[in-house]
Every structure is written in structure tokens, then in C-alpha cells.
Design a protein around this ligand. Structure first.
Ligand SMILES: [Zn+2]
Length: 858
């Protein structure tokens, strides 16, 4: 059996440091190649015969080292495994300043990494994407975040092609067939933030925020979709400048909509790149969720301009410093801008997802040592982003918003244009608040997992006994492994004869009593007020019964979301019977809050897909209970929005359609979706924008080959990126044999952009009629997939494997990836196999309980 290629753990020596790059790129978009040359100013701390830097997939043609006025010849040696270029010098050069001069040629690749080619609507473009470690595919460089240097970029382009880079254009010089665009020098940047876009891009008129010119760039014909992005950028930037107390550091701000892009967006300093769906929106047809998501991503990337770009983590092990903070900041900024969007309710879905991943044995601490590029790539996950953001939020609540902001300002000022580690942030927060931060924060950052906090009435009748232990989804984890301890900033709310109250406590023992200032025994209490803490809460049975009986009166919507999610987690870990969760879901039948309803979709969908036998009478009875409970509310609302109807009502309707149509597959709802998709296909304004996603998805489930062809045609003629994505991804929601074959046949052709291949396959894995064929396809076409799709996206595909459900498929998945190792997805694979096992255990344990509960109700 072939063994996994060990990812290289090579790190550059610290005693050769670059201070500036003079880079010239000459892309030939028609030939799909580029030439490059660079002069790199470096400082040698000691005399050297050899200088090592990073390079990958570059044919280096010339290398010299200039010391003073003298050129020293260099032979080059390339290591493919380490992705390095070693310059072996003709003689030893002394310590001090030197200039490396290099010239190379390379291909514009097709894989969304480094400098890559994209064809859209028959036009050719080239874009860069460098994070984590692909700048080395563009130029030989010191490709680690702590080697910050100034960049002076020049790009040769054809007449008619626009060029965007990190800095503003300084001047243009005509050359045969085109021109050289020379950009101003940047402030010191890490290589992963370098950006170049070339091609027939167009830009919006600039929008000014103070002295900063903001523009949105896009492929031709999409200029009418830029207003929302511009507004979100300006609103975010204003708030971020205010928060950090430092003006925007990169002069101008370009936002570029890239037609084929790996991540959601990338925070290149001064030139942020996005997927089109996250930047180009039509105000008339965009769903609220799409609008919110775009605003959140724009705010996230702009938060990075300070947090990440201006102050950068010293190494990838502190990636969370960048990502957790930007994630948290984005919610904060957009919440301030558009409070009616209730961003923190949306965050609850993310918190809940991160808790689920962090409850696995195979989770990892937020701070994870990183020895290789593959390990750095693995860390772009829910633990780094969403758990990290939840922990940042918890620390902000604990210190108070002003102290926290003051600490962040100290940290920013102290490390601007440099690098920092977590301890630097803790120190700044301690200085600002006068409170202990490092110990509290470090426990959450360095330990994997999170606590289950059990809150029960203490024996004195007035206080509460609080116990903590590490929470695992797997009920078979032995007690000895559960002995985790965290300083938990606990926020309890309660009601007694004197009315409601809230108390804050720092709980750091395994078991302790907290005293409520209540006058008598509380009628009820709840152990995670505002769902602000990153932990699960368990209450005694009487309290659960008291809460479930009056959910809308005791808990706020975001607390109801968290409460239901906790009840599900307790079922999952065998601490509560399945009836407990079903009772909660049943009690929420008249729930008016769309986020609470959407929060039920995950667990109820899992019961339907993983617990009850497919096609069994139990499944039918489960679905009919679900429809019976939530359909009356949908019927009252109707499918058509009343004129002037509140946003929240529109979102509630969509959530109900997802529950009753998406999970219960209620025939009337499916038929209505099928009918309404015809109207939508004829006129894109015929459907309430928030219903477009569920309707297009549900209609596909009952659609025939003719409807499939209409979706395919709609992909080509879509008026917005969101609409295109909707029809494209839902090609994978059809169920007929012919349509499934056609989708798989198209999956690896240019019909599907590289950015969408993994998403199409994930949808197919989630489609009960397609999942086995999709799995066979993935195995058969693995080498083509591996070649085309970037590793981070393949690891998402590995995450989706448990949809295959059966233990036999779990064994196949394990065996397949043993034979075809994917270093960037090693952890994803362990997690995926664990979820397979957990689902099987859940099925064995709770399927009888579901049947009994349903029977009791009929
Ligand atoms: Zn980010």
C-alpha cells in the first residue's frame, strides 16, 4: 500500500530577511503562461554561501546576488518536496545588505492557486490567490507570514485589460501591444497578501470614505450589481476605523469579484478578492440571507485590513488570531450597521455548528501547532473561525466592550506593520482592563473541546450548584477523559417572585455553588443567557419542564435556539432520551422566530436521514407529525407575501417551507414549489426573494428531465451570480436516473467552474437518490478531482461523507483514503469517520424511542 507523502516541514532560516520586492509580471493570457522578474532586497545577519527561499512550479532562468556594486553568480537548486529554491553562490557573501535578482517563467494554472487563469463568457483573465502558501507559485519569495516586506509591483498588460494590485497605480508606460502598469510601493506585507488581477475587468464609479477611494471590479455586464457591495464596504470601513482608532492603512480599496475562486473571499491588502455571489447583488431580487452573508463577508475581509494585514500572526499556528477576530468583528460591525438583521441570532447557527464539531474526540484546540503547509490549510475550519469568534465574544463580555476595545487598540498600535502572537494580545487586554486575561483566554484557546455545564438548584434552595466536565458527543468516552476544566464566564438568568434577574459568575472549579441575589427559590433559571458562552448547558428535569412549558415567555429567540440545540446535544451524547428533544421540537410548533425554526432543521433532518429507517412506516409517521405540527403555521401565512410585509415574516415563511417541504417532504408543499418554479423561470420577480432557494431546490426533487434542462439553460442565462449558483447547485437535487447521470457527466467538464465542483458533489452526497453514485464517481475520478480541485475544497467533500450513512460505506471511505491520502484532509477524515460511527450509535440507541414517541402521539 502506498504511504502518504509526508508534507514538508521545512521552515526558512530567520537570518536572511527580505525588506522589499521589485516585482514585474508579464502574463500572456492567450498562451496561458507568464514571465516574471524580481529584485529582492535582503539583509543577511551573517556571511553566507547559500540563500534559500520558496519557489514552486517556476522555471528559474537566471539568478544573481548583488552585493554593493558586484554581482555574484548563483547556481540554483530546486527542492520539489520542500518547495524551495536554493541559490548556491560562487563565493561567500558578507553579512549586510544584498539584492537577489531572479528571472523565471511559468504556466498560469487552472487550479485557483498562485497565479491562475480563468475564462468567463469567452474572455480571459488571470488572478492570484496566495494564502496559505502559494505566493511561491508566482515568484521566488520568503513565503512565511513573518517575513514582511514592501512590494513594488509592475504588470505588463494588453491594451484594454485592466490591472489591479495591492497599491494604487503610479504610472503606465506604453510598450508594444500594451503597456506596463506600475503600482506604488505598499507598506510592509506578508507574501500571502499579495494580489494581482488582470483582464477585461470593469470597475464601478469610486465611492469615497474620507480620503479612501472604494471601487468594485467585475467582469463586463455586471456594473448594475455593485451598489450593495460598495455600501457594505463603506459602512464597514467607517466603523472599523472608529473601532481600531487607526485610519484605513492601504490608501485605496479595490473589491474584485472573481468569476472562479476557491475561498469565499481573500483579504489581500488594498485589493480584496471575492466570489461573485458575495460581492455582486441585485437589490431587487437578493434574498435577505444573501444580503446579510455578503455584508458579513465584506466586513470580515475589511476587518482583516487591520487584524491580519497590518498586524499579522507570526506563524500559521496563530491563524485563529486573524480568523476568530475577523469573524467576531464582522458580526459586530454588521449588527451595528443593520440591527434589524439580528446578526447574533445568525451567529447562533455557527456557534452550534462549532460546538458539534468540537464535541468530537477528533477535534483540535483553537491554537494548534502547525509544522507544514498542509497542517496550516487544515486549520481553516469551524474551530478556528466560529469557535474562535465565540471565545473572543465571551472574553469581550467578560472584560466589558470598552476595556476590550481599548486593549485591541493598544495591541494594534504596538504591533502595526509587524507580527504578533496571542500572548501580545492578552498583555494588551490586561493593560487596558486591569484584569486577568491570559489564564482565562488561554484555557479556551489551548484546550480542545468545551465544557458541559450542569446547573441545578443547590441544597440551600436559593443558590445553584454548577458542575463542569468536558462534553463529548460520543457516550462511550470514559469518565477519566471528561475531566476538563475551564474558567467559564457563566451568565445565568432566572425569574422568581421579584421578577427576572441576571447574574454573572466566573466558574472555574469542577463543582461549585453560585449564589443568586434572588429573594426566593427561582421559578426557573437558564444557564447561558443570550447564548453568549461557548458551552453546552444541562438543567434539572423540573427546570427543563418549566422552560419547555413556556418557551416563548421565558427565553429570548436566541436562547430558544441554544436551548433546543443543547437538548439535541444531550440526546446525542446519551444524557437524555430522544423524547426530550422531540418534546421541545413539538413545543416549538407555533414558534414565530425564523432562526429558531431553522435551528430545528439540523437535528430533525438528522432524525429523518440517519435515525429512522429509510422508506419505513416510522419515517412516514415522523414526517406526518412534522408536517402536522408546522404546516398550519405555513397555511396561515400563505405563500404570497402581503404588501409591506415585515422581513421577519418573510424569513419565517421560508424557514417553514424548509422544514415542511425540505424534511417532511409534504406532497402539497412540493407540488406548490413545482408550480411556483414555472412562474419563477418565466419571471425572476414572480417569487418572493427569500423563497427562491427553497422553491428551486424542492421543485428539483419532484422535477423531470425537462425541468432539469430548463435549470441548465437558466444557469447560462442567469441575471445574477446568486441565481446562477441556485440553478447550478440544484442540478444535484434532481432524482431521476437520467438527470443524475448528466450531472455527474458534467461535474468535471468546463460546464462547472472549478469553484463549484466540490459543492455539486456535496449536494449529490446529500441527495438520497444520488449518494451512492456520487461516491462511486468520486472514487473513480479521484485523480482528476485531485488535479483540478484545491485541497481545502476536497476536504469539505470528506466532511460530507457521513451522508452515506451505512457502516459499509464508512469502511469504504476509510479504505479509499488510506490508498489515496490527502494530507490537507487528514483531520477531516478522522472527523468524518467518527461522525459515521456516532450516527450508527445514535440510530441503534434512539430509533426505538422515536417510534414509541410517535406512537404515543397518535
Ligand atoms: Zn478571514
Amino acid at each position: 500500500m502506498p504511504t502518504a507523502r509526508r508534507p514538508s516541514r521545512f521552515r526558512l532560516p530567520a537570518d536572511v530577511r527580505p525588506s522589499g520586492y521589485d516585482l514585474h509580471l508579464e502574463p500572456d493570457l492567450d498562451a496561458g503562461t507568464f514571465r516574471g522578474s524580481v529584485r529582492i532586497q535582503v539583509r543577511l545577519e551573517r556571511p553566507r554561501r547559500e540563500i534559500v527561499l520558496h519557489a514552486a512550479d517556476l522555471a528559474v532562468e537566471r539568478a544573481t546576488v548583488r552585493v554593493g556594486t558586484e554581482d555574484v553568480a548563483a547556481r540554483t537548486h530546486v527542492s520539489r518536496a520542500d518547495e524551495t529554491l536554493t541559490l548556491r553562490l560562487a563565493r561567500r557573501v558578507p553579512a549586510g545588505e544584498a539584492t537577489l535578482e531572479l528571472r523565471w517563467s511559468a504556466k498560469l494554472n487552472q487550479h485557483l492557486r498562485g497565479f491562475y487563469a480563468v475564462t468567463a463568457d469567452g474572455r480571459r483573465y488571470a488572478f492570484t490567490q496566495c494564502e496559505a502558501a502559494d505566493a511561491r507559485r508566482i515568484l521566488p519569495c520568503f513565503d512565511e507570514p513573518s517575513f514582511k516586506a514592501r512590494f513594488r509591483v509592475a504588470v505588463t498588460a494588453r491594451q484594454g485589460d485592466a490591472v489591479v494590485s495591492n497599491a494604487a497605480v503610479e504610472r503606465e508606460e506604453p510598450v508594444a501591444g500594451g503597456r506596463i502598469v506600475r503600482f506604488a510601493e505598499t507598506p510592509p506585507l506578508s507574501t500571502y497578501l499579495l494580489a494581482v488581477a488582470v483582464g477585461p475587468l470593469e470597475s464601478s464609479a469610486p465611492r469615497l470614505l474620507g480620503p479612501t477611494q472604494i471601487r468594485v471590479w467585475h467582469v463586463p455586464g455586471k456594473g448594475h450589481l455593485t451598489a450593495i457591495g460598495l455600501e457594505a464596504a463603506a459602512e464597514s470601513l467607517r466603523r472599523l476605523e472608529e473601532y481600531f482608532g487607526i485610519p484605513y492603512p492601504y490608501g485605496k480599496l479595490d473589491l474584485v469579484a472573481v468569476p472562479d475562486f476557491e475561498a469565499g473571499a481573500m483579504e489581500n491588502a488594498g485589493a480584496v478578492f471575492f466570489r461573485e455571489t458575495l460581492l455582486l447583488l441585485d437589490p431587487a431580487t437578493a434574498a435577505i440571507a444573501e444580503h446579510k452573508r455578503a455584508a458579513e463577508v465584506i466586513a470580515h475581509e475589511l476587518a482583516h485590513m487591520w487584524y491580519g494585514d497590518l498586524v499579522t500572526m507570526a506563524w500559521w499556528d496563530d491563524l485563529w488570531l486573524n480568523e476568530a477576530f475577523a469573524t467576531w468583528m464582522a458580526y459586530r460591525v454588521v449588527d451595528d450597521w443593520r440591527p434589524e438583521w439580528r446578526m447574533w441570532h445568525g451567529f447562533e447557527h455557527d456557534r452550534s455548528g462549532a460546538l458539534a464539531q468540537d464535541a468530537l474526540r477528533s477535534t483540535h484546540p483553537i491554537y494548534a501547532p502547525v509544522r507544514s503547509v498542509a497542517e496550516a490549510t487544515e486549520n481553516f475550519d469551524a474551530i478556528t473561525y466560529e469557535k474562535g469568534a465565540a471565545v473572543v465574544r465571551m472574553i469581550e463580555h467578560y472584560l466589558g466592550a470598552e476595556h476590550f476595545r481599548d486593549g485591541v487598540r493598544i495591541y494594534m498600535r504596538r504591533h502595526r506593520e509587524g507580527n504578533a502572537v496571542a500572548a501580545d494580545l492578552w498583555r494588551a487586554l490586561e493593560e487596558a482592563s486591569g484584569r486577568e486575561v491570559a489564564r482565562v483566554a488561554q484555557a479556551w484557546i489551548a484546550q480542545a473541546g468545551f465544557p458541559l455545564v450542569t446547573v441545578e438548584p443547590a441544597s440551600d434552595g436559593r443558590g445553584l450548584r454548577v458542575r463542569q466536565e468536558r462534553f463529548f458527543a460520543d457516550p462511550r468516552v470514559p469518565a477519566a477523559r471528561r475531566r476538563g476544566r475551564w474558567p467559564v464566564p457563566l451568565v445565568v438568568k432566572w425569574a422568581d417572585g421579584g421578577g427576572p434577574g441576571t447574574g454573572r459568575f466566573l466558574v472555574d472549579r469542577a463543582s461549585q455553588v453560585v449564589t443568586l441575589p434572588a429573594t426566593d427559590r427561582p421559578a426557573w433559571y437558564y444557564g447561558n443567557a443570550d447564548a453568549g458562552g461557548f458551552y453546552r448547558t444541562r438543567h434539572d428535569d423540573d427546570t427543563v419542564a418549566a422552560l419547555v412549558g413556556r418557551l416563548e415567555h421565558t427565553l429570548t429567540p436566541v436562547e430558544r435556539q441554544a436551548f433546543a440545540s443543547d437538548q439535541w446535544a444531550l440526546v446525542r451524547s446519551a444524557r437524555a432520551p430522544i423524547a426530550r428533544f422531540l418534546d421541545v421540537a413539538d413545543a416549538l410548533g407555533d414558534e414565530s422566530d425564523h432562526d429558531v425554526l431553522d435551528g430545528l432543521s439540523g437535528p430533525l433532518g438528522l432524525v429523518d436521514e440517519q435515525v429512522v429507517p429509510v422508506g419505513s412506516p416510522v419515517q412516514a409517521s415522523f414526517r406526518s407529525w412534522l408536517a402536522g405540527r408546522f404546516l398550519p403555521q405555513l397555511a396561515r401565512l400563505g405563500w404570497d407575501a402581503a404588501p409591506g410585509e415585515h422581513e421577519l415574516t418573510r424569513l419565517r415563511r421560508a424557514a417553514l417551507v424548509r422544514l415542511v417541504g425540505g424534511i417532511a417532504e409534504e406532497p402539497g408543499v412540493l407540488a406548490e414549489a413545482r408550480r411556483r418554479v414555472d412562474a419563477y423561470l418565466a419571471d425572476r420577480r414572480a417569487l418572493e426573494p427569500n423563497l427562491t432557494d427553497p422553491v428551486v431546490g424542492l421543485a428539483a426533487r419532484v422535477g423531470d428531465d425537462a425541468l432539469y434542462e430548463r435549470y441548465r439553460a437558466a444557469v447560462g442565462t442567469a441575471e445574477t451570480p446568486q441565481e446562477r449558483r441556485r440553478f447550478l447547485l440544484n442540478l444535484a437535487s434532481f432524482r431521476t436516473a437520467g438527470t443524475l447521470r448528466r450531472t455527474l457527466d458534467a461535474a468535471l467538464t468546463p460546464e462547472i467552474p472549478t469553484q463549484d465542483v466540490a459543492f455539486i458533489l456535496m449536494r449529490l452526497l446529500g441527495n438520497p437518490f444520488a449518494r451512492l453514485d456520487a461516491w462511486r464517481f468520486i472514487q473513480k475520478r479521484w485523480s482528476a478531482l485531485r488535479k483540478r480541485v484545491p485541497p481545502l475544497m476536497l476536504s469539505r467533500l470528506v466532511d460530507a461523507m457521513p451522508a452515506l450513512r451505512e457502516p459499509r460505506q464508512a469502511r469504504e471511505v476509510a479504505a479509499f483514503f488510506r490508498r489515496h491520502p490527502l494530507p490537507e484532509a487528514e483531520r477531516a477524515l478522522r472527523q468524518s469517520l467518527e461522525v459515521f460511527r456516532l450516527n450508527a450509535e445514535l440510530r441503534r440507541r434512539t430509533a426505538p424511542g422515536v417510534a414509541e414517541w410517535l406512537e404515543r402521539r397518535t
